[in-house]
Design a binder for this molecule. Structure first.
Ligand code: SF4
Length: 326
């Protein structure tokens, strides 16, 4: 994308930007920031957990130490950066929930937003369990609908999956009222999961289908919840694994090329699945969990490679091919 600042026909400033996938933006003349070596190098979840367990640290503490050494930042600086992301996530959910129930999202689908309606009805629900699931869904819908409006979006890990993590961050901080440090720790653990998925598989729907977007977001969110509730490293891994495992094979076919159908509701499902993964991981006997995260990430990569090209962000198959828009 080329952005030009014009004064009449005169170009005052011009900049060429590239979306290089996974939510990252680069520009012409971009030089990547200088990076130092990590304090605790790891390539796999097994190695990450070994650092944590051998040094009596949490996964979040390992990621924090690495972030400080790689970027040359202090703990306060890393916390300030993480807080900025947390605050933006909460803000995007609040903004999405505040939209009118009659709001129609931009684009040819003429999709009505539903976050505010689902949230309002959730609050009226007498059944507490139903209220929790509906509220989590509403928050994910809210943040995802903000993406569809072209408003503030936090790619965690991508724009299409931008409702998943904010939903859980909002739920844990604004509803469960967990201390900020717990949310920060959860964010750091989630970043570790995202890093592993990016490096051994992909975060790009064009490469891996929706399993690489919503699946990874759900896996990151499961790690966030487990960490925020002080789960041990094995349980954090199990939660992340379970959430990712149950998105394997999910294709990407946004209707009319807009990140709305199925994307917006998919964020709600990703958020709820993250909570289910956390519930199972914290209630099972952790050592009996048979599938490790590294194996599931390898499977994500292989499944992405095997997936037919038309199921990877082309809008040429699936719902995009079958849904008739009138
Ligand atoms: S269907 Fe495609 S565009 Fe939509 S959220 Fe999934 S990966 Fe992203």
């Amino acid at each position: 994308m080329t952005v030009k600042l014009l004064a009449g026909n005169e170009v005052l400033l011009e900049q060429e930007y590239y979306s290089v996938g996974g939510g990252f933006i680069e520009w012409k003349g971009y030089t990547p920031p200088k990076k130092n070596t990590p304090k605790y190098p790891f390539r796999t979840m097994k190695e990450l957990r070994a650092h944590a367990d051998n040094n009596k640290m949490t996964i979040a503490q390992v990621i924090l130490a690495n972030e400080m050494s790689i970027a040359g930042r202090t703990e306060d600086e890393v916390n300030a950066f993480v807080d900025k992301i947390i605050n933006a996530m909460v803000a995007t959910v609040k903004s999405g929930l505040s939209m009118s129930e009659d709001d129609v999202l931009p684009g040819p689908i003429k999709l009505h937003s539903k976050a505010a309606t689902v949230y309002k009805r959730a609050m009226d629900d007498a059944n507490v369990a139903d209220r929790g699931i509906a509220m989590l869904s509403a928050c994910a819908l809210a943040a995802s609908e903000e993406n569809a409006r072209g408003h503030l979006v936090i790619t965690a890990p991508t724009g299409g999956s931008a409702g998943v993590m904010p939903s859980l961050v909002y739920g844990l901080s604004e509803v469960r009222k967990l201390p900020q440090q717990k949310i920060r720790d959860g964010m750091l653990a989630a970043a570790g999961i995202g890093y592993l998925c990016k490096h051994h598989a992909t975060l790009s729907a064009a490469e891996g289908g929706c399993q690489a977007e919503i699946g990874v977001a759900s896996s990151m969110a499961a790690a966030l919840i487990a960490t925020a509730f002080d789960a041990e490293s094995r349980v954090v891994e199990n939660a992340a694994e379970s959430a990712l495992e149950h998105h394997l094979g999910m294709t990407c076919d946004p209707v009319a090329g807009y990140v709305q159908v199925p994307c917006i509701e998919r964020c709600a499902f990703g958020a709820v699945k993250a909570w289910i993964a956390f519930m199972i991981a914290t209630n099972e006997i952790a050592s009996r969990h048979r599938v490790d995260l590294d194996t599931t990430i390898t499977t994500l990569a292989q499944t992405g490679r095997d997936m037919g090209a038309k199921y990877k962000e082309t809008s040429e198959a699936g719902l995009a091919a079958n849904l008739v828009l009138c």
